[in-house]
Design a protein around this ligand. Structure first.
Ligand code: ARG
Length: 595
């Protein structure tokens, strides 16, 4: 697709000799101010002139350029069909800028409608469902560590967020051509397993673990924890159990495996509902035999020190508490396992970036681990590209969703409730719909996913059914509803013309151009979303596009007696249809064909 910004930048560079000028060019949020804008006060220092003067001079010089239309903003008289030079890149004789204006020291550029229509539609004709994709990631590896629930503990709403955000990032990077490795770093190790084993040994036969693994194991855990608080000896037993597990004791390993199998079966139900996948399920236990090397490397660094019987990396210089590497009884820690995982991932995946998606409660943990990782003698290209992707809490309308001390909302129940609530709305709106259940699943799950991804990650999220499932709100169901509307328009039209059968001049009206400009920005939106690891950038884009299309649809007839006009608008509708589906797909939201 033609990159107007970089063409303008090149032209400006020729005149100003400022190489980095592209970085100064902005996309104004108010479209009255043009499609691109150069704030000239940023050049004032370098050029030693007042911004307004610079803007005027640049405008003068640029007017001679062949990319600027000589009509000075007047409509060109000639009617032209795109078919003539469909693959040519010389849009309208290179005149991609319709006019340039100077306002308050800003140099504003207005792209020629024909140029933008042509580039967008040609890209669609060629790429279809791949519209917006790119190959900027080719040859690069991205590791994403997400979901990562803990064995024998509830899969809580924080894990849901991690799953949804991580899975969206996976799809986004993939669409940009990266090779992505999705890892479920299961919490299947640690001293809590020593406790669980102890509880199981004592009271295992009192609980129906097979029937209800997570609930029953949680009960055992709470009970043994209480006992440990009162009885130091029991605690000691628990610690020993974990030590035994680490040393490969047969009995402990067998019970641990049982916990793990049962838990994974439960988790899989949630992954199936969300349609989420992983390339690797290597959890913390996978690193049990790989931590010795970490300890050795840290010893060699000379920074591993004794502290109250334990061994730590002192991070005073970085204003952080020490990173605990080995407990006083010789057991390893969550941090040590993360360090072993970094070594492993660098060696096996040769990552360009390694992302970790967890709640903000682990910000300090990852800071400590990333700092300590610098002592592992890895190439800095790895240690400089470890990135924590924190996100905020999920709040119920009534307050924080707590998982501690048993007050647990079961995730699977929650997702099923979303589906059944969506089913009710659908029943009301469209009682005769076929495959109601399948649609309810897409709408219910889509609502939950969208709600998770509509704001910047770090913001706390409010979980409110009425807001999430509002078909007219800024919601997943609204996107699905608008998509379904485009489907029914396309169905009414019966056939979708190919690009060389439509007259692009019929799409030059303001309403159509507005939509086309949105479509133009799709690719860049996806890139930005990857740059910032923020799926909400795509969510917002999709809502804006859907709202804009809704306006278009209400104000303009798409199916009309004017056959030529209908063809052009149907083509445009098809483009919107594709982008709504592709974009939602990147977030993990599936589109029903009807609803
Ligand atoms: N299991 C952890 C938890 O539930 C999350 C693990 C995140 N990933 C990691 N490599 N530390 O809090």
């Amino acid at each position: 697709m033609i990159d107007f910004k970089s063409i303008i930048a090149k032209e400006l560079e020729k005149i100003t000799n400022i190489e980095a000028i592209e970085e100064y060019i902005e996309v104004p949020s108010n479209k009255e101010m043009g499609d691109y804008s150069l704030p000239c006060f940023k050049l004032a220092k370098e050029m030693k002139k007042a911004p307004q003067m610079i803007a005027n001079e640049l405008k003068e010089k640029l007017s001679c350029s062949e990319i600027v239309a000589k009509t000075n903003g007047e409509e060109e008289p000639k009617q032209e069909s795109i078919s003539e030079d469909i693959l040519g890149n010389n849009v309208g004789d290179n005149e991609i800028i319709e006019k340039i204006e100077v306002i308050n020291g800003y140099l504003n550029f207005y792209i020629t409608p024909k140029a933008i229509i042509k580039t967008v539609l040609e890209e669609f004709e060629n790429k279809q469902e791949k519209y917006g994709s790119s190959n900027i990631g080719n040859g690069k590896n991205i590791v994403i560590d997400y979901s990562s629930p803990n064995i024998a503990k509830p899969f809580h709403i924080g894990h849901l967020r991690s799953t949804v955000i991580g899975s969206a990032l996976y799809k986004i990077y993939n669409f940009l051509g990266y090779n992505v490795i999705g890892i479920n770093h299961l919490g299947d190790y640690g001293t809590q397993f020593g406790k669980l084993i102890e509880g199981y040994k004592r009271w295992g036969n009192e609980y129906d673990i097979e029937a209800n693994p997570i609930d029953e194991l949680t009960k055992i855990y709470v009970r043994i924890n209480d006992l440990c608080k009162d009885d130091e000896k029991v605690l000691e037993e628990c610690r020993n159990n974990f030590k035994k597990l680490e040393d490969g004791d047969e009995y402990c390993t067998k019970i641990w495996e049982k916990f793990k199998d049962l838990s994974l079966k439960e988790f899989q139900k949630i992954y199936d509902l969300l349609d989420v996948h992983f390339d690797s399920w290597n959890g913390e236990a996978f690193y049990s035999d790989k931590m010795g090397e970490v300890v050795q490397l840290l010893e060699k660094s000379g920074k591993l020190v004794e502290s109250e019987g334990a061994r730590v990396i002192n991070l005073d210089e970085k204003n952080m508490p020490p990173c605990l590497i080995e407990k006083s009884n010789g057991s390893t820690t969550y941090a040590t396992r993360d360090l072993a995982a970094i070594l492993y991932r660098a060696r096996n995946y040769d990552f360009d970036k390694a992302l970790y998606v967890t709640s903000y409660e682990q910000i300090l943990h990852f800071k400590q681990v990333f700092e300590t990782a610098k002592l592992l003698r890895l190439d800095p290209k790895y240690t400089n590209n470890l990135i924590h992707i924190p996100f905020g809490m999920v709040m119920l309308k009534e307050g924080k969703m707590s998982t501690r001390e048993g007050n647990v909302i079961k995730l699977e129940d929650l997702l099923n409730e979303a589906i059944s609530r969506a089913g009710k709305v659908i029943e009301e709106k469209n009682p005769n719909l076929e495959n109601k259940e399948e649609v309810a699943k897409k709408v219910g799950i889509g609502a939950v996913i969208f709600n998770d991804l509509y704001n910047s990650r770090i913001k706390d999220e409010v979980f409110d059914w009425d807001i999430m499932l509002n078909f007219n709100g800024e919601t997943g169901p609204y996107l699905q509803y608008m998509y379904v509307r485009t489907n029914s328009i396309l169905e009414k039209a019966q056939s979708i013309p190919s690009l060389n059968n439509i007259s692009i001049d019929l799409l030059k009206d303001d309403a159509s151009i507005k939509i086309i400009k949105f479509l133009y920005s799709f690719e860049n939106t996806i890139r930005q979303s990857a740059d910032k690891n923020e799926p909400y950038i795509i969510s917002r884009f999709l809502i804006n596009l859907a709202q804009e299309f809704s306006k278009f649809y209400n104000e303009n007839k798409i199916i009309t007696e004017d056959i030529e006009l209908q063809k052009a608008r149907v083509y445009l509708t098809k483009c919107v249809n594709i982008v709504l589906k592709t974009g939602s797909g990147l977030l993990g939201i599936q589109m029903p064909n009807k609803m």
